[in-house]
Design a binder for this molecule. Structure first.
Ligand SMILES: NC(=O)c1ccc[n+]([C@@H]2O[C@H](COP(=O)([O-])OP(=O)(O)OC[C@H]3O[C@@H](n4cnc5c(N)ncnc54)[C@H](O)[C@@H]3O)[C@@H](O)[C@H]2O)c1
Length: 241
């Protein structure tokens, strides 16, 4: 089991879901946890549970992300690992004819522009680490198709962004990985199932059971490994069940 002693790990989107599960496991393995999220109530709760600190952030707002980086810099000398799991899924099962441009823009704003803004502001703190690690989050939807035109598109863009990022940052000794989860039991995935059962007139609990959702704790084990020095030789996109 890889120790995370002395690692300062920033979980953007770590209030709930996969990010929260990863924050818990990384804290157990010795990491100093920093949670940053739009959801202050859940973010503070997760920070308290993990012995970490919480900072509010809206990743679509450049000033908010810049302020996050400044607050972290004032309190910590560096960030060793960025685990960026913040994201939204909207427009599930909407037809091409009905899909609103506003929804498309909103999803790309959070999932793509938000990822870019976080990376841009946090890389200077990762440069202060011995070997900074960036873990971004895509989805099986990027390559396998999505319930939402906007969501699938956004995750394809994250994969492409990570390729350019890797080309630039590897030369500086940083590692970039992309997590690509399958179907994991979180509020996001349950909202997609809810949209599906509503249009089909099906039973929600049965649909959840039939989906065989994975446990966020399972993905957390992969994230904790990727955050560790043992993952030094791992490259590119890592898919989970
Ligand atoms: N759950 C799955 O099955 C699944 C599958 C593939 C990919 N993913 C991806 O994994 C990541 C985590 O997903 P999850 O299921 O844990 O989702 P979740 O909805 O449970 O958590 C997402 C977190 O992002 C935060 N967030 C959203 N918008 C934000 C903003 N503008 N600024 C700051 N924080 C913001 C939310 O407050 C929340 O804490 C996402 O990027 C998602 O697209 C999830």
């Amino acid at each position: 089991m890889s120790s995370l002693n002395d690692k300062i790990i920033l979980f953007v989107g770590g209030a709930v879901g996969i990010g929260r599960a990863a924050a818990h496991l990384c804290a157990q393995r010795g990491a100093q946890v920093i949670i940053a999220d739009l959801d202050a109530q859940q973010g503070q709760k997760t920070a308290a549970e993990t012995g970490g600190v919480f900072f509010p952030v809206n990743i679509t707002d450049p000033a908010s992300v810049q302020s996050l980086a400044q607050q972290i810099a004032a309190r910590f000398e560096r960030v060793d690992v960025l685990i960026h799991t913040a994201g939204i899924l909207q427009g599930a099962f909407e037809s091409l004819d009905e899909f609103s441009p506003e929804t498309f823009r909103r999803v790309l704003d959070v999932n793509v522009t938000g990822t870019f803004l976080v990376v841009q502001q946090i890389v200077p703190l990762l440069r202060k680490a011995r070997r900074g690690v960036l873990i971004l989050t895509s989805s099986g939807a990027a390559t396998g198709g999505s319930s939402s035109f906007a969501y699938g598109s956004s995750k394809g863009a994250v994969n492409s962004f990570a390729i350019t990022l890797t080309n630039r940052l590897e030369a500086e000794g940083m590692r970039v990985n992309v997590l690509s989860p399958g179907n994991i039991d979180t509020a996001m995935k349950r909202s997609v199932i809810a949209a599906d059962v509503q249009r089909r007139g099906a039973d929600f609990e049965k649909a959840v059971a039939d989906s065989h959702l994975g446990d966020p704790a399972g993905v957390a084990k992969i994230l904790a490994f990727l955050a560790s020095d043992d993952a030094d030789y791992v490259r590119g996109v890592i898919s989970t069940r």
